[in-house]
Design a protein around this ligand. Structure first.
Ligand SMILES: [Zn+2]
Length: 349
């Protein structure tokens, strides 16, 4: 029989997928945009960013930048047992299109302000941060990742999936991947809207189809390029249950096998494709208990972590019901809700 303390622990859960954009970041950019090459316009929660000459037309929204609103909703979630929240940036603004110097300055500003935001707000629950790194340069990316983890106390970074400016399997990024392995940092691969053009009209399918497609493409490319063979200790957390990759892994494996004698398709991966699935971590954002159970059976429940996408419109407020309704054992469910996050992020239980 478990002790009362163990029982209490079992009812706690950690949300690894939430977003915040501290207002101090916006204020710093408004005061002095030059060192970063990032301009901000707008107000009342709706801010529009321009990185170099690229304007991000989708504005922010109040819950993302308004601290009071952000923490108001947190209080009710704490009552449900939410123990810690892992916060990362809005994935549309990583700034990969900036020159490396400005990109590094932008990432450092965000990482330092996120760190301050976390220490300024120990209540209603402790926050854990994932920062940013300038992936337009492998060397600079490694340096900023190191600063984020060692000096800012962050646990890793968010990587925007399938960024048009940066091939994530490019040779230039090798120092970054090596550094991430060395630090044991968590790399949260999170899509932005927009890689598959024309999906948002007349229906909102950019979010339904385009977003998981971007994650699928990035994860498949990490496999196909041999990146995970070169860096098998990377801790890559895929958003939204890994997109479509788990469901389509047979297709990738089939083509990789067919390609083996000649190599005409360019695959550089060495292992059976299904083995790579177990090298990734996945959040639980599938909104469907049956699919979550299948994913757990396919990749192992040790690879799944609870994630809600708070405070976006896709925020899963039925997350606990979805996980607890997946028909997994009590131990597997507890791992997904709490212990896997403790292990991956090196948190104190
Ligand atoms: Zn998200």
């Amino acid at each position: 029989m478990s002790s009362p303390i163990e029982q209490e622990r079992k009812n706690r859960w950690i949300d690894v997928h939430a977003h915040v954009l501290p207002m101090r970041v916006i204020e710093a950019l408004r005061r002095n945009p030059k060192p970063y090459g990032v301009a901000v316009e707008g107000g009342e929660g709706k801010f529009v960013f321009t990185f170099g000459s690229r304007r991000i037309n989708r504005p922010t929204f109040a819950n993302l930048v308004d601290e009071e609103l952000f923490f108001e909703q947190q209080a009710s979630r704490v009552a449900e047992g939410l123990d810690r929240e892992v916060v990362s940036i809005w994935s549309e603004i990583p700034g990969y299109e900036l020159p490396p110097d400005q990109g590094a300055a932008w990432c450092r500003l965000f990482n330092e302000e996120l760190s301050r935001f976390i220490s300024d707000h120990p209540k209603p629950l402790p926050l854990v941060g994932l920062g940013l790194a300038p992936l337009q340069s492998g060397e600079r990316g490694a340096r900023e990742l190191e600063h984020a983890v060692q000096n800012c106390g962050l646990k890793g970074i968010l990587i925007t999936a399938n960024p048009p400016e940066v091939p994530l399997d490019g040779e230039d990024l090798e120092p970054f991947w090596s550094c991430a392995e060395e630090l044991g940092a968590t790399l949260f691969v999170h899509p932005a809207v927009g890689c598959v053009p024309g999906l948002d009209q007349p229906y909102y399918l950019g979010n339904v189809v385009g977003v998981p497609t971007e994650t699928t493409f990035t994860a498949a490319r990490m496999v196909a390029s041999g990146l995970l063979d070169r860096h098998p200790r990377l801790n890559v957390l895929l958003a939204h249950g890994g997109g479509f990759l788990p469901y389509q892994i047979g297709r990738l494996g089939y083509l990789v096998n067919k390609d083996r004698p000649k190599g005409a398709f360019g695959f550089r991966c060495q292992r059976p494709a299904t083995e790579y699935l177990r090298m990734f971590y996945y959040d639980t954002l599938l909104y469907d208990s049956d699919n979550l159970r299948r994913l757990a059976q396919q990749v192992g429940s040790s690879q799944l972590l609870a994630g809600s996408d708070y405070p976006f419109p896709t925020y899963d407020d039925q997350l606990l019901e979805t996980i607890q309704g997946a028909g997994l054992s009590r131990r597997e469910t507890d791992d997904i809700l709490f212990w896997n996050a403790v292990r991956l992020l090196g948190l104190q239980a």
